[in-house]
Ligand binder design. Structure first.
Ligand code: ADP
Length: 617
């Protein structure tokens, strides 16, 4: 785990952009900026809890360009951003986990706009702005719907005609998933239990409100559906309404599609019932003064949550903790009281005094979870300070680390084989004197192989090459491995062959110490590029011994894809790709030392090809 990983978290809405830097290691927020009224008259930015400042944010891109330097300036000395996490509201049926952003993923999120016409375009604007400004960082999309992808079919299906549902992609997705997941984990941690052993009901009660049944760490029910309109009473959204009402309102002629949409999404919920807006604090104050509409708003709000809690306990066959979160859930003692009273039948006993004392408001030494059930309550009542930015940062880090690990696991060290010679013992003695044995100079990466002190001169028909390194140990056949460039110099036409396959290759004259000469009638080859690997590596890469594969070589400025790469599998091998000097140069791999074989760079194996059958080892 990287100790200090600072993640930029971006939540881009239609007219606002929230950005925060989270120190993943400590879980703390280093800085945050909020730009509001983007593209409207007089946009404003607020950095941390500072005063609102006017700013010239015409769009998300401009807003981020203004906010980013202010945020980055707050990073501790010597620290830089490591990754960017983006909140994306709708991941549709396919994005069931956080995903590294590529152009294709961006296009797929764009394709989901019909499912979230208000949110996904804004999320995309933030993604595009950030990828343009920070092109060298990994960007990860974290989806609000993903946590609910585990909803069983019975919970995600509407009881309408299957044909209609399929034709229009109508199903329940659920939202606020980042928050529900965060709440469930924090609750489990507080209870010193594994989330996989718990049945939790998580209530996110903010401007948007939803409740989820989290059984053994998985969301099995949630109150928002195909869109974030279904379920609980929200600040301005109605939540559940008999669909027949909508039909009747459309029929009445008083509403068309757009005005009905506005009525349900913007003028309903607490605002619609209370007539005084969507702020729960105002509604509570007025209700306390006897305002009937506000009292009704409170009652309907709490009743709906209670109804869902009972339903979700029934869905899971019990519940271990009921968690309250979001601006209302975390701060409103009266609302929690209204919801949690008379839940004794579920084993949840409200402790009024503890409910009054709850304080999870942000602060370095403040707890983020508080309990307000009685000490012997079988089912616990918890308040959890949700932190979606931290949830996004956590998912982002996880995905980035997984990616790094996958790349490391699937990358292959590359070694350049400079020209070299393998000799039989007979040839060693002919070149270096009777009874001579090879002297190891330095070991090579393949176990048991070594470069020798001995060198030989190669005498070709045209020219010669001096002091070519001999590699040990001795072999059953002499083999001289040279590059195409060497062939031109020597005046030879050697075939491209796998090691050991020297039949009918050209011969050459070798000169050893004290001028001893050996004329070989065959043995000169241009080595077929190859990868040594263990059987375990072969499983990992999905290849077999003697497969021919294609390999992309990752080098600065001269990336190259090699076809016709032979796979050699043996348990004594060490994972390594061998290419010759011509190939190394073509791919911009530079050799800095004079060692016969030198490990450099890394390569990635791309795909499987045909088998090579002429290897004789
Ligand atoms: P969002 O869903 O936009 O993130 P929040 O989670 O911040 O919204 O919740 C906003 C809601 O929380 C508002 O209705 C606000 O009135 C309510 N709220 C915040 N503080 C309190 C409080 N002390 N008492 C009652 N309601 C509160």
């Amino acid at each position: 785990m990287m100790p200090d990983m600072h993640v930029l978290v971006i939540n881009c809405g239609s007219s606002s952009l929230k950005a925060a830097i989270i120190d993943h290691h400590t879980g703390t927020q280093v800085a945050d900026a909020r730009v509001e009224r983007i593209g409207e008259a007089e946009p404003q930015m607020r950095v941390d809890s500072g005063a609102a400042e006017p700013c010239n944010a015409l769009d998300a891109s401009a807003a981020l360009a203004i906010a980013l330097p202010r945020l980055v300036a707050r990073l501790p000395d010597g620290q830089a951003l490591a990754a960017v996490g983006h909140r994306v509201v709708h991941g549709g049926p396919d994005f069931v986990r956080p995903t590294v952003l590529t152009d294709d993923v961006e296009a797929a999120i764009e394709g989901l706009i019909p499912l979230a016409p208000l949110h996904n375009p804004a999320n995309l604007a933030g993604i595009r702005a950030a990828r343009a400004l920070l092109p060298d960082l990994p960007h990860v999309a974290v989806f609000d719907t993903a946590f609910h992808s585990t909803l069983p079919r019975r919970a995600r299906s509407y009881a309408i005609s299957t044909a209609v549902a399929e034709a229009h992609g109508i199903r329940r997705y659920g939202f606020h998933g980042i928050s529900h997941q965060f709440i469930a984990r924090a609750a489990a941690q507080h209870m010193e239990a594994d989330v996989r052993d718990l049945r939790l009901i998580t209530c996110h009660l903010g401007n948007g409100c939803s409740v989820a049944a989290v059984e053994h760490g998985r969301s099995v029910e949630t109150s928002m559906g195909m869109t974030p309109l279904e379920g609980l009473v929200m600040g301005t959204r109605s939540g559940d309404v008999d669909a027949g009402v909508l039909v009747q309102l459309l029929r009445s002629g008083e509403f068309d599609v757009d005005s009905l949409d506005t009525m349900l999404n913007r003028n309903s919920g607490l605002a619609g019932l209370s007539g005084v807006g969507n702020d729960m604090r105002d509604i509570e104050a007025r209700a306390a003064d006897g305002d009937e509409a506000c009292r009704l708003a409170l009652q309907v709000f709490a009743h709906r949550v209670r109804k869902y809690i009972g339903a979700y306990a029934a869905v899971m066959g019990g519940v271990d903790a009921i968690c309250f979160s979001g601006g209302i859930g975390e701060n409103s003692e009266p609302v929690r009281h209204r919801i949690a009273q008379r839940l004794d039948y579920l084993g949840a006993r409200l402790d009024e005094e503890r409910n009054r004392d709850v304080d999870v408001s942000a602060g370095a030494d403040k707890p983020t979870v508080a309990e307000f059930s009685t000490r012997h309550s079988r089912t616990r009542l918890l308040v959890v300070a949700t932190d979606e930015a931290r949830g996004i940062a956590r998912d982002t880090v996880r995905v980035v680390l997984e990616l790094a690990q996958t790349q490391a696991e699937l990358s292959i060290p590359v070694a350049i084989s400079a020209r070299h010679v393998h000799l039989t013992q007979e040839c060693v003695e002919a070149l270096f004197g009777a009874g001579h044995t090879l002297t190891a100079r330095n070991p090579l990466t393949q176990p048991g192989q070594f470069a020798c002190e001995e060198t030989v001169d190669l005498i070709g028909p045209k020219r010669s090459i001096e002091r070519v390194r001999v590699l040990g140990p001795t072999r059953g056949k002499n083999q001289i491995e040279i590059s195409r460039t060497d062939e031109f110099r020597l005046g030879l036409d050697a075939p491209v062959r796998a090691s050991g396959d020297v039949a009918n290759s050209p011969g050459i004259t070798l000169v050893g110490s004290e001028g001893r000469r050996v004329d070989l009638h065959e043995g000169v080859i241009c080595a077929l590029r190859h990868i040594h690997m263990t059987p375990e590596d072969a499983v990992r890469f999905g290849v077999k011994d003697r497969d021919i594969v294609e390999v992309a070589l990752d080098s600065t400025g001269r990336d190259l894809v090699f076809g016709d790469v032979l796979v050699r599998v043996k348990s004594s091998y060490k994972l390594e790709m061998h290419i010759d000097t011509d190939e190394g140069n073509a791919a911009g791999v530079t050799s800095e030392t004079t060692a016969a074989l030198h490990a450099m760079g890394s390569a990635t194996l791309r795909r499987r090809g045909t088998r090579y059958d002429r290897v004789e080892d």
